[in-house]
Design a binder for this molecule. Structure first.
Ligand SMILES: [Zn+2]
Length: 182
């Protein structure tokens, strides 16, 4: 079983190119695409952070809110929100150009509230390219940085560095290790 090599053709979730995935978790073809995926997720979290700040400021008792506030509080895009407003499904008052206020009661009925849980950029899990060519084995780390295996394991646990076992080897992303011991 240790010798069984995992290798399956997948499409990279970023660039769409087929690649040979060597671990079950492989989702991206290269380091470049892994980094792109991480940047995208980070941008999404930051966007959510901005939305949650807008939503937070809306008092619970307020009956009418702005379109911007509605988009921050509910999972709804601008286009469909305006469709609901134009069709009259959501009552609105127009105080002038860009000054539409819409009633919250109907929004509650039609759209789910946005979920801002787990929206913390500091806790965003980093994505790693765990393909063996981007990793060191424990033995390689021990040799390269002149320490014994148990010290390597200790540091990996201490700094929560991800590892992946493939066959008899434990793989650790090169980038993390080089960073740690540079
Ligand atoms: Zn790719």
């Amino acid at each position: 079983m240790a010798k069984a090599k995992f290798q399956i053709e997948r499409r990279c979730e970023v660039c769409g190119m087929p690649f040979l995935a060597k671990t079950i978790e492989s989702r991206y073809c290269s380091n470049k695409c892994t980094q792109k995926a991480y940047k995208r997720r980070k941008a999404e979290v930051l966007k959510n952070e901005a939305l949650s700040k807008i939503a937070e400021k809306v008092d619970d008792t307020r009956e009418y809110i702005t379109v911007k506030e509605a988009m921050a509080m509910y999972s709804v895009g601008r286009t469909s929100l305006y469709q609901y407003i134009r069709s009259g499904k959501i009552p609105s008052i127009n105080l002038g150009k860009h000054l539409i206020r819409i009633r919250r009661q109907e929004l509650d009925e039609y759209f789910p509230k946005r979920n801002f849980a787990n929206n913390d950029v500091k806790r965003l899990p980093k994505l790693y390219n765990m393909e063996p060519e981007n990793c060191y084995t424990i033995g390689e780390i021990a040799e390269k940085f002149h320490m014994d295996d148990s010290t390597v394991y200790l540091h990996i646990r201490k700094y929560s560095i991800p590892t992946r076992q493939i066959g008899n080897y434990v793989y650790v992303p090169k980038s993390e290790i080089d960073n740690l011991y540079k």
